[in-house]
Ligand binder design. Structure first.
Ligand code: HSE
Length: 333
């Protein structure tokens, strides 16, 4: 399989699929990146990974069968330690079931290094870090693409629907298109050189589950035409390195009008981004984070600084991240 990190990891001697030697103590620590899902026009079908923030999972194999969460840090007690309810352990359990290794014992420590409910694929980063770790310890039995359905199980647990537009880019890196869910067809797209993401997280909580419930489930054909024109335009723009086309395509007539109401200072932040040279601007995932794409790092920094100043003026705390597009996905640290 393609292995996109260079750190050597001791793995189980699979010995025809069954580990004979004692494997207690084998361990690995993995980072998986945050992601910007939807990329404005591609609700549930487009996403890209960033270099920061992200989550870390430390995983050890033990001789006692079963998956347990030993510790979670950085979550202010918000995430479940119950292995059946936690997205990391639940998806690892699915993976072990799939490879027919329910005899394996797994201890997990999850280190949340990014805000929960921020629209930056927080549950996805944790789940993907866990799946990448277990797959590494099992000797890379599955390819990164084959891990996507297991990570989608985690999303289903976290927000009621197994959408892939966070987990697929978190696993594969770069921009990703989910061409189809049934059957699952995930396509990696190119990233134009020099592109940066300017992300601002206004610190108000918008759980994805709630943000999904507020969207209309029926759309007008006229709006659908506008939307799929823009999705095709954005994908073409990525292939053609055409920043203007990418920007023209970053329009969402279906979801943004409803969800943007939950985001303090949304229109002002858009104006700031566009006046300061952004290619395009919109909601990251289900919000409340917003993002702009830019042609360089300096522009991205200018935008986040001005947007944070605006949020400060309206008494909203915020965090900002400036990052190029993450090309590698998860990595052993
Ligand atoms: N496509 C998903 C949504 C992403 O917009 O609900 C959630 O991060």
């Amino acid at each position: 399989m393609s292995n996109n990190n260079t750190n050597p990891v001791e793995t189980l001697d699979m010995n025809n699929g069954k580990a004979k030697a004692p494997f207690r103590g084998l361990g690995v620590r993995v980072f998986a990146p945050a992601t910007v899902a939807n990329v404005v026009c591609g609700f549930d079908v487009l996403g890209f990974a960033v270099n920061e923030p992200g989550d870390e999972v430390e995983m050890r194999l033990t001789e006692t069968p079963g998956v347990v969460i030993k510790k979670i840090t950085g979550d202010d007690g918000r995430l479940p330690l119950d292995a059946a309810k936690n997205t990391v352990s639940a998806s690892v359990q699915h993976y072990l079931q799939h490879i027919n290794r329910l005899d394996v014992g797994v201890e997990i420590e999850l280190h949340k290094k990014m805000p929960i409910g921020s629209g930056l694929g927080s549950s996805s980063a944790s789940t993907v870090a866990g799946l990448f770790a277990i797959n590494k310890l099992m000797g890379d039995l599955l390819t990164p693409k084959e891990l996507v359905p297991f990570a989608m199980k985690g999303e289903e647990l976290a927000c009621g629907y197994g959408h892939a537009d966070n987990v697929a880019p978190a696993i594969l890196g770069g921009f990703v298109l989910v061409r189809s869910y049934e059957p699952l067809d995930v396509i990696s797209l190119p990233t134009p050189a020099g592109m940066y993401a300017a992300i601002v997280y206004p610190e108000v909580d918008v759980p994805t589950k709630d943000a999904r419930q507020m969207i209309r489930s029926k759309v007008f054909l006229k709006d659908a035409v506008t939307q799929w024109g823009n999705v095709a335009g954005l994908v073409s723009g990525l292939f053609m390195n055409d920043f203007d086309l990418i920007g023209r395509s970053m329009k969402d007539v279906l979801v943004e009008p409803t969800r943007s109401i939950l985001i303090p200072g949304f229109e002002e932040m858009r104006n700031i981004a566009m006046e300061n040279g952004a290619i395009g601007f919109g909601i990251s995932g289900s919000g409340p984070s917003v993002f702009a794409l830019t042609k360089d790092e300096e522009t991205a920094k200018k935008i986040t600084k001005a947007q944070q100043q605006h949020l400060h003026k309206i008494n909203i705390n915020s965090k900002a991240y400036v990052s190029s597009v993450n090309a590698e996905g998860p990595r052993v640290i």
